[in-house]
Design a protein around this ligand. Sequence first.
Ligand code: FRU
Length: 503
Amino acid sequence: MNYQKLLPVLLVLILACTSSRKETDSTTEPHRPKFHFTPPSGWMNDPNGMVYYDGEYHLFYQHYPDSTVWGPMHWGHAISTDLIHWQHQPIALFPDSLGYIFSGSAVVDVNNTSGLQAGNDKPLVAIFTYDKKGFETQGIAYSTDKGRTWTKYENNPVLKNPGEKDFRDPKVFWHDESQHWIMSLAVGNRIEFYRSSNLKDWEKTGEFGREYGNHGGVWECPDLFKLPIEGTNESRWVLLVSINPGGPNGGSATQYFIGQFDGKTFTSENDPASERWVDYGPDNYAGVTWNNAPDGRTIFLGWMGNWNYAQVVPTQSWRSAMTLPRELSLKATAAGLRLAVVPSPEVLSLRGEQQAIDFKKSVSFNGLTELQVTFDLAASTSTDFGIEFFNSRNEVLRIGYNRTSNQLYVDRTKAGKQDFFDQFAAVHTALRSSSDPLLKLHLVLDVASVELFADDGTTCMTSTFFPNEDFTEFRFYSNTGETVSVSGEWFSLMTNAKVRADN
Ligand code: FRU
């Protein structure tokens, strides 16, 4: 091959890419969500460094600005005061001689334990993985100006690799009871726990998981936090662990364990062979919670993608979106204690007028909608029913419930483009956790994704899809007999020009 001949072609291509990136109008690009976070351009995967400080939510993310596929990882950055409207910030962390900047977390060092404070503002400290051709260590960086600019610590790495192949994704929080910083770290097939008094010197205190849960793939992106059990005075520790592959519907997904943490290690109260998933849909991965969130809230955000196909989905100038911000709690269900996941209250600010659903008619909407419907299973004779979104091209997305299998499902087999990955067209299922005769479905649709929160969030499914024309109508469907609805309402979203300020 004569590479000199290729040079002009390459130059034209590069120019075309850069200029189309600049000209891109993110509000009209096909498949670009309207109220989910997306990068301005280029590639995005995991959410990173989520921390709240001085009225601002910081969101960092795995980012390769120069391409729409994964590459040398940077930390992209955005700031929001309401979790919905995001202002893009300059890239916070660039790769350096120690490696690419992989996933990690950020904390507010309220007591200046690190000694990195330089003015009145508390230092924000990011703890991340350096990956150099697969060799992984942990480094830190800090900001003394409310997260606007970041400096890498001069003595990185702060945690060296003892000889492990996969040694990454530190999630750090301040543990009041033991007066230490605690780090959960994904190490091969387990989570290791480390502690520190200054964010610079770390000692290993325990590990969990070799014999627990799903091991269909490598363990990644842990998170550890305490949650109250609704309606009681009790609480439990919850450990999130993302895994790829091994997810309940193929590829990437996030499992969780409920148990105790004594300042050194986590012990699970679940049967070691059991599996629990934060989300049974195919498109919620690497999600973790905000550090230092106000009012004791536990706010979660995941990457709305799946490593099986995220790099080939049919979007142009950018790839991937985040899930909605979600609130986590623990609920007792028929199946036992479960994580309940619902949209954060801030999402309600997107709502237009509330409208009653007439189950006999189809409804037109603007491509963005939220539905809340309750069905009475005891009074119904049908065995398979749900809501379908459709467009004028006969493309359809179904979200339903099958009584025979007791499964909720999202059927994207006819929901548009699918030739980019042979298993993209699929019906994804989740066993229902609740046994309540009233089945509650809560759906949020934003151009190219649907998030299902069933039975107050005790079963959750997130799915992306790529219709050739936006879905702007929905209707109810049912196989045989009668399906009795108790209530049904829908909202168009972002009417009244409540458009995000950025992204
Ligand atoms: C999860 C993950 C992390 C890693 C990052 C690299 O999706 O594989 O384990 O830090 O992505 O981009």
